[in-house]
Design a protein around this ligand. Structure first.
Ligand code: GLA
Length: 386
């Protein structure tokens, strides 16, 4: 059964009436540009063909009720005027937080029944949170008859996540899932929010984009993510720049020599500064259609995240090394890290070998089996029925 049929059926069963519409938002794989988005830097994500779908219909009593198709027990139910920071928790905080952030924008969010369903694994580093926020943001603004632009919807999702869920994320994921386009990567300057859709068609280059889900669950709320972010802010302040986007390697070296940056802060900052360069390099290669040449940039990104930023984990390192041994032209961890997924850009005829090599390496290391699957580059969030 399709995702849309499944969520429509679940809605009828749980809410006892048909939905007014169904909205879909994709997950994302970030090709390169990790932990740069809260430093005013560059990122290059793609939206993928794994999604969160939301079926919804208005209620006239101002109550927001939400169900997950996985857990068909009682809905989480609160007056929409009362949801927001400090009042929402658990998975429904993403839904209620988004409703709150839209209201803060002046969108007259109505009461609604909302049912959530997905084929995008949660906690796998593929932005299931941003996908849920984006699908809900589109659904509720449509039901409110409002036409908020996509950048504003992305910012509302980020605000929900930061202020209601408690994860101080950047803007990459929300922008990727709202602005992605099939066959393209989203080159985003997180300072200006300028985006450029850069052609990214692995199949045309004889490649497949593989995701290796380590199945190590990362919980970025309350994780070292916030600590990394603070280290970057400390480094920028010590160097007297608005954000690490504005620093050069020479600035960092000078800061280390003068004692303004301690060794760890220096390495955190070096990751960000070198990663921004690698994004620009990858964008340049993609613009020239040289997809198969981005391997070294991907490898450099992974090394930097592992050694300087220290957000990888043994499972991600094994996944990346084994993918390259199996024949991938490039591989690296993708997303926040501390578990989650790696990407492996793989020649079509090496897909089986990469999958086997990774699976075997996990078994030999004593890790649980990973999930290895191909993804295609999909479009951004949209209304899919109703
Ligand atoms: C998470 C955050 C993003 C970004 C990445 C790391 O996915 O939600 O904003 O910071 O980590 O690049």
């Amino acid at each position: 059964m399709s995702l849309v049929d499944a969520v429509t059926e679940a809605f009828a069963e749980l809410a006892g009436r048909p939905p007014e519409g169904v909205w879909r938002a994709p997950g994302r794989v970030n090709l390169i540009g990790e932990h740069t988005d809260y430093n005013d830097g560059f990122v290059l994500p793609v939206a993928i063909n794994r999604s969160v779908v939301v079926a919804a219909a208005r209620r006239d009593d101002g109550v927001l009720r939400c169900w997950s198709s996985r857990d068909r027990s009682e809905p989480v139910s609160h007056p929409v005027a009362e949801v927001g920071p400090g009042t929402s928790s658990g998975w429904s905080a993403y839904v209620e937080g988004t409703a709150w952030a839209l209201r803060e924008l002046g969108v007259p969010v109505p009461g609604a029944d909302v049912v959530v369903h997905a084929d995008l694994p949660a906690g796998a580093g593929l932005s299931s949170s941003a996908a849920l926020e984006a699908a809900v943001a589109l659904a509720l603004s449509d039901l409110a008859g409002s036409t908020v632009d996509r950048v504003a919807l992305a910012l509302a999702g980020q605000r929900a996540e930061t202020e209601v869920v408690g994860m101080p994320c950047g803007i990459m994921d929300q922008m990727a899932v709202l602005l992605g386009r099939a066959g393209h990567a989203v080159f985003l300057d997180t300072r200006t929010r300028m985006t450029e859709l850069v052609p990214f068609d692995p199949a045309a280059a004889g490649l497949t984009l593989l995701v290796i889900d380590t199945r190590v669950k990362h919980a970025l709320v309350g994780s070292p993510y916030a600590e990394r972010r603070r280290a970057c802010e400390r480094a920028a302040a010590a160097l007297g720049v608005p954000a690490l986007r504005d620093a050069t390697i020479d600035d960092l070296e000078a800061g280390r020599a003068s004692g303004a940056l301690d060794e760890v802060t220096f390495r955190r900052a070096r990751h960000v500064v070198t990663e921004n360069d690698r994004v620009l390099e990858a964008v340049d290669l993609l613009r020239r259609g040289a997809l198969t040449s981005i391997g070294p940039a991907l490898a450099g990104s992974h090394r930097s995240l592992r050694d300087d930023y220290e957000v990888s984990c043994p499972e991600l390192d094994v996944a990346v090394d084994a993918a390259v041994t199996g024949g991938a032209v490039g591989a690296r961890m993708t997303g926040g890290g501390f578990g989650g997924s790696a990407l492996a850009l793989t020649p079509v005829d090496a897909v089986d070998r990469v999958t086997e090599t990774v699976t075997k390496a996990f078994a030999e290391a004593g890790f649980g089996p990973p999930a290895v699957f191909a993804v295609s580059i999909a479009g951004g969030a949209e209304r899919v029925s109703g």
